[in-house]
Design a protein around this ligand. Structure first.
Ligand code: B3K
Ligand code: ZN
Length: 896
C-alpha cells in the first residue's frame, strides 16, 4: 500500500452520472447488479477507466449491452477500450459479496440478522466496482430484493417509488434518491425493524415523514432521538435558513457499528448508543450525546451532503464545520449563558485531553492533512474537534450574523459541488469584507495547514504613573512530524481586566476614543505583539482567552491570588472554571516534583497537598448561592490524569495517579460537611427530565456521593456506602443509579460487588447498559494492580464479544485508553495485554484495532521502566507481517 498525498489530487478521468443498483440480499452471497452511466471527463487527457473494488467476486462486465475485455490491476478493474469521445457509456457490472463474513463492518454487513451498510470513507468499493471518491456524484436508483419473512423492511436513500411481491416468499422495494451524491453516502438496510414515525410541517410549510427504525423491543426508547431530530430540523432552519430537502428522513439503529453514526443521505445509520434512551437505561450524558449526534448527522445533510469534500484531505470541511454546528445546536438548546458555558467547558475538556495530546504526538497532523496511508485513521479529534475550533474562530471573527451570511454565500456558490477547505474559508471571508478574517485570510489558514498546538505567553506590565497596563503576547508552536518552523498563527484572544477585588475594568486601548465593554477580542497575528490599556489605576488581573477563544496553550505567570480572584469573580464562566483548574494543576505539578511527597506501598499519599486557600475557594463555589449545579460539578472536578500528564516532559503515570487520588481524597475529607449538604440539597430532582438544570443537579449530587463514599472508606465509616447502596437500589433513573454504583466501585467499598452483581441481573437484556457495567469495572481506579486481572476476567464473561465494537470498547478501550493508572503497570502487563488485543482485533476489524493502537501514542514521554516496555510492546505489534494498513500506519508512526 502506498502513501497518498494531497498535492497529487487529479480530477477524475470519468464521471458517473447515474447508477442503478439491484441487490439480491443473502447473508452468504449477495448479488449486486450495477448499471452505471459513465462519461469521459473532457477536462482531462483520455485514459482507461479504473474502478475501485475490494473483496468482491466479479462475474460479468458489459459495455453498452455487450461483453468487453477488461483487466485487473491489483484490486482495480481496468477498462481500456471504452468508446472514445464524450458520449455516455452504459456499463454493467455484476458481482457478489459475503455480508455475513464482513467483520470489518465496512461495506455491506449483517448485524443480528439485519443488513446494514457503511460506505464512508471507502466502503462502497466493497459493494461494487466504482469510482469510490467523493468528487464523483451520481443519482441513484436502488432495488432491493430479499426474503420477505426475514427482511420485511427494505430501505435505501431517497424516496420509495415501488414495492411488491416476488416468487418464493421474496419481495422488493425500489428507491430513488433525487439528490446527486458521492457513493460514500449510499446506504441500504434490510431486516426486521419497526419505526417510530412523525409527520412534520416545517416553517417553510413543507411536509415530511420522519422515521426512527429499531429492533422490535426497542421502540419505547426512541422518543428522545425523534425529539432531537425534530429540534435539529427546526434549529437548522431558524439559525441558518437550511431546510430539510427530503420527503422522508430516516434514522436506523444498529448495535454493530464502528463509530457513532453515519450521515447517509436521507438514511442515517446510527450506533444504538446514540439512538436508544429511556430514563431507566440511559444516563444524562447519553441523552445529551444522542441530542448532539442526531443533530450532527442531520446537519451533515447540508454541510457534507449538499456540499461535499473534493477529496478526503478536505474531511474537516464537513466534519469541523458540522461539529461546530452540533456544538452550537446543543448550546442554543441548553438555554441561558450558564448552561452554554457548561457545554463549552465540556467541549474544551475533550479538546485538551484528547486533541492536544494527538497534536503533540506521532499522529499529529494538520486539520487538512497532507498525506495518509489509511484515510480511516484520519477521522480524528484534530479533524473534528480542532476543525470545529477553527470554524468557531472564524465565526467569532466575523460575528454571528456575519457567519450566517458567509454560510449563505458558501451554499450559493457551492451547492451540489465537491469542494475544499479553502472554498469554505473564502466564502466566509468574502461575505465579510473588511473583517479581521478577510484582512488576514491567508495567515488565518495556517490553522488548516500547520499541525501542533500553539503556545501563547502572556506578560503584563502596569505603569502607575502613566495609568497604563501593557499586555504582551508572544506565540510559538512546537515542531510536529514534517513541520519544523511555522509562520505565526492568527489567534483571537478574548479578554477582560479585573481589579484585585474582582471588578471589571474598562478596556480602552491607547489611541482609542472611548472604552469598549468589559470584554473584547485582540488578534495576535505576529510572533509578538503589545496592547496598551489606559485609565488603569492598579495592577489588574487579566482574564485571557475567555470562552477558550482559540485552541492554544496559554501561559501566564498568575499568582495564586490572581487565580483565586478569577475563580471568585470572573464574569466569564469559562475562565472562572479555568482558574480553578490552573490552581489544582499547580498543586499537582508541585507535588509531582516534590521528593518529600511519597506514596506508601498501597500507592496512597497521606500528606495534604492542596493549600487551604484552594480548599476554601472550592467550598465557596460548592456553597455558592447563585452558581448552577452543573457548573459547580465542573469546577469541583480535578483535571484528569491525562491532562496532568500532558503538562509534563517525563511522565510517571503511577505517581500522577497517586497525586490526583490524594487530592481527591483531601477534597473529600476537607469538604465532608459541604458534600453532605450538596448531596442533600441536590439529590432529589423529582420526575426525570434530561434538561440542563436537573442534569446539573444529578451531576453534583453524584459527585457529592462519590466524595462521601471516598472519605467513608478512608475513615471506615459505613454510613455513606450504605446510603449509596440504598440509592443504587431505589434510584428511578439510570443517572442516579449509575452514579451510586460508580461511587461504590470507585471507592473500593465491599458493597461494590453485590451492587455490580445486582446491576448485571437487572439489566442483562440491555446491551447498552451491560456495556456500562463492563466499562465501569475496566475503568475503575487501580488498587494494587487489581484492574488488569478483572479485565482479563471480564473478557471471559459470557456477555463479552470482541466482534461487537461497543463491547470491545467497553472493556478494552476503557482499560487501555481510559484508565492510565491501571494500564501503565510497572510489570508491563498492561502493555502486553494491549499488544495482544491490537493484533487480535486487527484480524477482525482493522478500524477498531487502529483506534486501540493509538493508546500508546505518547510512549516517548513515559519515564522508565514504562518507556522501554511500551516501545517493546509497539514493536511487537509492528513486527507482525500481516497487519492492516490501519494498524500499520499507527505503529509505524509511533516508532519513527
Ligand atoms: N461521517 C461519519 C464518520 C465516518 C467514519 C468512517 N471511518 C460520521 C460523522 O462524522 O458524522
Ligand atoms: Zn460528521
Amino acid at each position: 500500500a502506498a502513501v497518498i498525498h494531497r498535492t497529487d489530487y487529479q480530477p477524475p478521468a470519468f464521471w458517473i452520472d447515474h447508477v442503478e443498483l439491484t441487490f439480491d440480499l443473502d447473508p452468504a452471497k449477495t448479488r449486486v447488479l450495477n448499471k452505471m452511466r459513465v462519461r469521459r471527463n473532457a477536462a482531462v487527457p483520455a485514459q482507461p477507466l479504473r474502478l475501485h473494488g475490494e473483496d468482491l467476486n466479479l462475474a460479468r462486465v458489459m459495455v453498452n449491452g455487450a461483453g468487453t475485455s477488461f483487466k485487473m490491476e491489483g484490486a482495480q478493474l481496468v477498462l481500456e477500450n471504452l468508446p472514445e469521445g464524450d458520449a455516455p457509456v452504459d456499463l454493467e457490472i455484476f458481482t457478489t459479496c459475503a455480508p455475513a463474513k464482513n467483520t470489518q463492518l465496512m461495506g455491506l454487513y449483517v448485524s443480528q440478522g439485519t443488513f446494514f451498510t457503511q460506505c464512508e470513507a471507502e466502503g462502497f468499493r466493497r459493494i461494487t466496482y466504482f469510482l469510490d471518491r467523493p468528487d464523483v456524484m451520481a443519482s441513484y436508483t436502488v432495488t432491493l430484493r430479499a426474503d420477505k419473512a426475514q427482511y420485511p423492511v427494505l430501505l435505501s436513500n431517497g424516496n420509495l417509488v415501488e414495492q411488491g411481491e416476488l416468487d418464493d416468499g421474496r419481495h422488493f422495494a425500489k428507491w430513488v434518491d433525487p439528490h446527486k451524491k458521492p457513493c460514500y453516502l449510499f446506504a441500504l438496510v434490510a431486516g426486521k425493524l419497526v419505526a417510530r414515525e412523525q409527520k412534520i410541517r416545517t416553517r417553510a410549510g413543507t411536509d415530511h415523514l420522519l422515521q426512527v427504525y429499531v429492533r422490535p423491543g426497542d421502540l419505547g426508547k426512541t422518543e428522545h432521538a425523534m425529539n432531537s431530530l425534530m429540534a435539529s430540523i427546526a434549529w437548522d432552519e431558524a439559525r441558518f435558513g437550511l431546510p430539510l430537502d427530503l420527503e422522508r428522513f430516516m434514522i436506523v439503529a444498529t448495535s454493530d457499528f464502528n463509530m457513532g453514526a453515519m450521515e447517509n443521505k436521507g438514511l442515517n445509520i446510527f450506533n444504538t448508543k446514540y439512538v436508544l434512551a429511556s430514563e431507566a437505561t440511559a444516563t444524562d450524558a447519553d441523552f445529551a450525546n444522542i441530542e448532539s449526534v442526531v443533530g450532527h448527522e442531520y446537519f451533515h445533510n447540508w454541510t457534507g451532503n449538499r456540499v461535499t469534500c473534493r477529496d478526503w484531505f478536505q474531511l474537516s470541511l464537513k466534519e469541523g464545520l458540522t461539529v461546530f454546528r452540533d456544538q452550537e445546536f446543543s448550546q442554543d438548546l441548553a438555554g441561558d449563558a450558564s448552561a452554554r458555558a457548561v457545554k463549552r467547558i465540556e467541549d474544551v475538556r475533550v479538546l485538551r485531553t484528547v486533541q492536544f495530546p494527538e497534536d503533540a504526538g506521532p499522529m499529529a497532523h494538520p486539520v487538512r492533512p497532507d498525506s495518509y496511508l489509511e484515510i480511516n485513521n484520519f477521522y480524528t479529534v484534530t479533524i473534528y474537534e480542532k476543525g470545529a475550533e477553527v470554524v468557531r474562530m472564524m465565526h467569532n471573527l466575523v460575528g454571528r450574523d456575519g457567519f450566517a451570511q458567509g454560510m449563505k454565500l458558501y451554499f450559493e456558490r457551492h451547492d451540489g459541488q465537491a469542494v475544499t477547505c479553502d472554498d469554505f474559508a473564502q466564502a466566509i471571508a468574502d461575505a465579510n469584507p473588511g473583517s479581521e478574517l478577510a484582512q488576514r485570510l491567508d495567515a488565518f489558514k495556517h490553522w488548516y495547514s500547520q499541525a501542533g498546538t500553539p503556545r501563547v505567553q502572556a506578560h503584563g506590565h502596569f505603569d502607575a504613573a502613566a495609568r497604563t497596563y501593557t499586555l504582551t503576547l508572544r506565540q510559538s508552536c512546537p515542531a510536529t512530524p514534517g513541520q519544523q518552523d511555522k509562520p505565526a498563527f492568527v489567534i483571537p484572544v478574548e479578554l477582560g481586566l479585573l481589579s484585585a477585588e474582582g471588578a471589571a475594568l474598562p478596556l480602552q486601548l491607547q489611541g482609542e476614543p472611548a472604552a469598549a465593554g468589559s470584554s473584547r477580542t485582540v488578534v495576535l497575528s505576529e510572533p509578538e505583539q503589545q496592547w496598551v490599556f489606559t485609565g488603569i489605576d492598579a495592577v489588574p488581573v487579566p482574564s485571557l482567552l475567555r470562552g477558550f477563544s482559540a485552541p492554544v496553550v496559554l501561559e501566564c505567570a498568575y499568582s495564586d491570588q490572581d487565580l483565586l480572584t478569577l475563580l471568585a469573580h470572573d464574569p466569564d464562566p469559562f475562565n472562572r472554571w479555568e482558574a480553578g483548574q490552573r490552581l489544582a494543576l499547580r498543586t499537582a505539578l508541585a507535588a509531582l516534583d516534590n521528593p518529600e511527597v511519597v506514596a506508601d506501598a498501597a500507592g496512597h499519599i497521606a500528606a495534604p497537598l492542596l493549600p487551604d486557600a484552594f480548599v476554601q475557594a472550592m467550598r465557596s463555589v460548592l456553597r455558592h448561592p447563585q452558581l448552577d449545579a452543573a457548573f459547580k460539578e465542573l469546577v469541583l472536578t480535578l483535571p484528569s490524569e491525562t491532562y496532568i500528564a500532558e503538562q509534563r516532559d517525563v511522565v510517571d503515570p503511577q505517581r500522577i495517579h497517586a497525586v490526583r487520588e490524594a487530592m481527591r481524597a483531601q477534597l473529600a475529607q476537607a469538604l465532608h460537611d459541604d458534600w453532605q449538604w450538596a448531596w442533600e440539597a441536590h439529590e432529589n430532582t423529582g420526575g426525570y427530565s434530561p434538561d440542563p438544570i436537573s442534569t446539573g443537579r444529578r451531576a453534583l449530587a453524584g459527585l457529592a456521593l462519590a466524595m462521601l463514599c471516598l472519605s467513608a472508606v478512608r475513615t471506615g465509616n459505613p454510613v455513606w456506602p450504605g446510603k449509596a447502596y440504598q440509592r443504587f437500589k431505589s434510584a428511578s433513573n439510570m443517572t442516579d443509579r449509575f452514579n451510586a454504583l460508580t461511587a461504590l466501585v470507585y471507592s473500593g467499598h465491599e458493597l461494590a460487588q453485590p451492587a455490580l452483581a445486582r446491576f448485571h441481573a437487572l439489566f442483562k437484556d440491555e446491551p447498552l447498559v451491560i456495556d456500562k457495567w463492563f466499562a465501569l469495572q475496566a475503568g475503575a481506579p487501580d488498587r494494587a494492580g487489581h484492574v488488569l486481572p478483572v479485565v482479563r476476567q471480564l473478557m471471559q464473561h459470557p456477555d463479552f464479544s470482541l466482534k461487537n465494537p461497543n463491547r470491545a470498547r467497553s472493556v478494552i478501550f476503557s482499560y487501555c485508553n481510559g484508565n492510565p493508572g491501571a494500564f501503565h503497570r510497572a510489570d508491563a502487563g498492561g502493555y502486553v495485554f494491549w499488544s495482544d488485543r491490537v493484533i487480535e482485533l486487527d484480524a477482525i476489524n482493522p478500524q477498531v484495532a487502529a483506534r486501540l493502537a493509538r493508546a500508546l501514542d505518547r510512549w516517548r514521554k513515559l519515564a522508565e521502566p514504562w518507556r522501554t516496555a511500551a516501545r517493546e510492546a509497539i514493536a511487537r505489534v509492528a513486527a507482525r507481517p500481516d497487519l492492516s494498513n490501519d494498524v500499520r500506519e499507527v505503529v509505524t508512526r509511533a516508532l519513527n
